[in-house]
Every structure is written in C-alpha cells, then in structure tokens.
Ligand binder design. Sequence first.
Ligand code: ZN
Length: 224
Amino acid sequence: MIRSCLPHFLEIHKTMLLQMQIPKRINYRLIQSLHHSKVGIQAPTFGRETDDPFYVDVPKPRRRKSDRKPYPTPMKVLIRKAREEKELRKAHPCRLLEHPPDDDLLIHELISVAYQVYRTRESLLVGIPKLIQFIPVLRCRFCFEVHTGPVGHQIRTCNGPKSGLRRAMHVWRKGDVQDVIHFPKCYHNYDRVGKPRAVHNERYTVQCIPAVVELCIQAGVDLV
Ligand SMILES: [Zn+2]
C-alpha cells in the first residue's frame, strides 16, 4: 500500500514545486521584457545623453568602475589652453615696469590715497638721511636691535649668535637708513588681467621693486 502511494506522492510534490516557481519565472520574464523593450521605463538622463545645451558642461558618468573620474573641463582642453597662454606670453613679453593697471581695475577713491602714500615714502627716503647726519643710529652686529643715540644701551636682550658668551649684551655699530626703515621687495606684476602671476622661469626677468611702490602702482599711481 505504501509502495503504491509513493509515486503519486512524488508527483504531487513535483507539481507543488512547479507552482511555486511559476510566479518567479513570470516576474523574471516581465523584468526582461521591460528591460529590452523600447517602450519600457527608462532611467532619467538629465540631459546627458541628449544634446540639451544646458547640460553641455556636465561630465558624462563613468560606464565602468575602472574608468577614471571625468574632469569638469577635459584635460586636453586644459593642456591646449596652457600652451596657447605660453605662446602668447612669448609673443608679448613684459611691458613697461611702471605701467599702471587698466582703468576698470581701479578704485577711484583710492587713487589719491595711493599718490599720498607714494609721496610719503619719497619724503621718508629724503628726510631720514638728513636726520641721521645729526642724530646717530646704532645697530647691533649680531641681531636686529636698533638704538637711536650716540651710545648704545646695556640692556641684555641680544639673541644673536654666541650671545651667551656676551651674556646677551649687544655689540653696537653705526646704523644706516635701512636700519631705521626697511621696504621689503616683491616681484612686479606687469599685467594683472592677462597674466596675474609670474612663473618660476621669469625669476630673473621680472624685476623686484619695493612692495609699497607695487601697492601704489596697482592702486593707480602712474610713474611714467
Ligand atoms: Zn644684539
């Protein structure tokens, strides 16, 4: 009895398994048909696969994970622009040293201030040597300490080389105008619009001028 019922039981079990797999197959076929059909649901393109001019600058997504992340501006375009700028610089070397910037870059209220600063620097350079002739200025040989007067002070604040051997006493010598007032220098910017910064190869051709003068020139002082 048991032996006769066993094949029947196996058939029932098989049909049950097939009925359970049918919905999965139907679902798989539906997905396949939607995926391959032209009318099916498509992912939003956001204008990348179309010729929409609003999305021209948007980089295209990577198709594979191994692809490199795209630059906003293609590297070939950047290289081409750099070459064009380099050739342009060679064709048009530096302009006059004291050429003021274009009028669009100036703040008109600051032009008078710039002239005032420039004249003040000139008066300093003229007036300080006259004062030093009668009022001596002393400068330490080993540090940046400056003293105004005929005899240097004895305050032990020297931090120059081997100051420990002197018990931090300064060693005074006669000072100069540059010990009283110092103007640090910077590279002159010839063209702020076309070429905002100098490159390393121009370190011997671009001139260094006092930073105060450069500041006045960029603010509108015309020294020509
Ligand atoms: Zn010193």
